[in-house]
Design a binder for this molecule. Structure first.
Ligand SMILES: [Mn+2]
Length: 265
């Protein structure tokens, strides 16, 4: 692995049983970045209002962040919608840690990226991000739910209705949802005359080009366990940590360049 300068992670959801803290600890130890962006939904304060857990691997991860900061790693924390109350602390600096609402990141090769969590684009999209996170094995659960749902319907003398199909129909719009999110993010980066956008929120890591703007999503640490990294030469890569699969940033071509209106160029 090349030397890593910057690491971008988001959607950790600390404080819930879903956070894959042990895997992330391993990633941060091995990547050893000089700069770390925490791109929102780091602590799930929203979920913690109902039920809060902080298992040992999550406690160790929080300790690791402090240790990294103490050893000179610059940490920029940009709260998301699940840790929105932390936004009130924007401007706060504690040693190497600072809390920001958003940031402009300059890569080692001189490109400038808008960094934000991404929930500010919710008005442009309509599907709930958690639907995207359900994934393949959600199917079995869906079928189980479908059985219960229809048992209730028949008891109420209502006709059979496939809950699974209803939800899958919404999954069909998943790609449209991602595209609309990308459009909104790239439009904002373009408006600010930047080279690209870096965010999280939709639990879907990926790169794309849109009208000369590079869109990067660092994914999540709830089930996908992906991180966006910048190497010492300024190149951006996505790493899927469980498989160590690395995707390099794409070069803009006619095939991969989406127009801002959502059509392929
Ligand atoms: Mn979010």
């Amino acid at each position: 692995m090349q030397n890593i300068h910057t690491v971008f992670i988001s959607d950790l959801h600390l404080g819930t049983p879903d956070c894959q803290a042990a895997l992330l600890s391993d990633a941060l130890r091995k990547l050893a970045p000089k700069k770390l962006y925490l791109v929102g939904d780091i602590i799930d304060l929203a979920a913690m209002r109902k039920k809060a857990v902080l298992p040992q691997d999550q406690q160790l991860l929080i300790g690791q962040f402090w240790q990294m900061a103490k050893e000179g790693c610059e940490i920029i924390y940009i709260p998301g919608n699940h840790d929105a109350p932390m936004r009130k602390l924007r401007g706060l600096k504690l040693g190497q840690l600072q809390i920001r609402r958003k940031a402009i990141h300059k890569t080692r090769d001189g490109r400038r990226f808008l960094v934000s969590h991404g929930d500010e684009f919710d008005g442009h999209v309509k599907i709930h991000p958690m639907l995207l996170a359900l994934g393949d094995h959600g199917h079995q659960i869906l079928l189980w739910l479908n059985r219960r749902y229809n048992k209730l319907r028949s008891w109420l003398r209502m006709p059979y209705r496939s809950l699974a199909a209803m939800i899958k129909q919404r999954f069909g719009s998943a790609q449209r949802y991602i595209t609309r999110f990308q459009e909104a993010a790239c439009t904002e980066a373009s408006r600010q005359s930047l080279d690209g956008y870096i965010g999280g929120h939709i639990h879907q890591a990926g790169f794309s080009h849109m009208k000369g703007i590079l869109y990067c999503n660092d994914g999540d640490w709830v089930e996908h366990c992906t991180t966006l990294v910048e190497t010492d030469s300024g190149a951006l890569q996505l790493i899927h940590w469980p498989s160590m699969e690395v995707i390099s940033e794409p070069v803009a071509t006619a095939e991969n360049t989406l127009e801002l209106d959502g059509k392929l160029a």
